[in-house]
Design a protein around this ligand. Structure first.
Ligand SMILES: [Zn+2]
Length: 205
């Protein structure tokens, strides 16, 4: 295959996406090139818009349009709608839990784990979690980090950060396979993990 810089670069970028290797990346690039007006043009425009306009909310961690305040009921606890807040690593984890319909409450998206590469404790939205718990009259914080070493370290750190605050802290445990990432769990496993969650500390602490 003749080497063209732009194409090589695009293949390299696309093969970094989840589930794609160089072979499928090449197929995607070919499809794009063969559909310049239907695919490349609108995709380039949309990507530029997403890059410019969309970012994570600095309070709750969800995706939002930069131009507007985070209006998602996840964030601003204007009226006390729920008394629980579920802490997850990523937006993908939130989507999995939401689609399984097993939990009703607020979400807080950390944006990674304490020990994931390049992540420092300060990069995770832990201070804003503490603020939300204090201001929102939250009764229970459910830690739903993955059953990986990083996830468990993060759970421990969150629990420690919430010490001294009048809130019940629980953690998804039973039913979670070791190494299980929340995003990839099926609804049944998630259901039993929520139902059988363990209290790791309570208001009596
Ligand atoms: Zn928000």
């Amino acid at each position: 295959m003749q080497s063209i810089n732009e194409i090589d670069e695009l293949v390299k970028l696309i093969s970094k996406l989840p589930g794609l290797g160089p072979k499928s990346a090449k197929r995607i690039v070919l499809k794009l090139i063969n559909n310049r007006n239907e695919l490349i043009k609108p995709m380039a425009k949309t990507l530029a818009e997403v890059y410019k306009n969309i970012s994570r909310c600095k309070i709750c961690g969800t995706l939002k349009n930069n131009a507007i305040e985070c209006s998602y009921n996840n964030c601003k606890i204007l009226e006390k709608k729920y008394d629980k807040i579920c802490v997850v690593e990523s937006i993908g984890d939130q989507w999995s839990i939401e689609s399984s319909n097993i939990y009703e409450g607020y979400f807080h998206i950390l944006g990674g784990t304490v020990s994931s590469v390049g992540k420092r404790k300060e990069d995770l939205l832990i201070n804003s979690l503490i603020e939300r718990v204090k201001k929102g009259k939250i009764d229970e914080v459910i830690i739903a980090t993955s059953a990986t070493v990083e996830g468990m370290t993060t759970a421990y750190y969150i629990k420690d950060s919430l010490k001294g605050i009048n809130v019940k802290v629980s953690k998804l445990a039973q039913g979670l396979p070791v190494g299980g990432e929340i995003e990839n769990l099926d609804d049944g496993t998630l259901f039993s993990a929520f139902k059988n969650r363990n209290g790791v500390s309570n208001k009596a602490d």
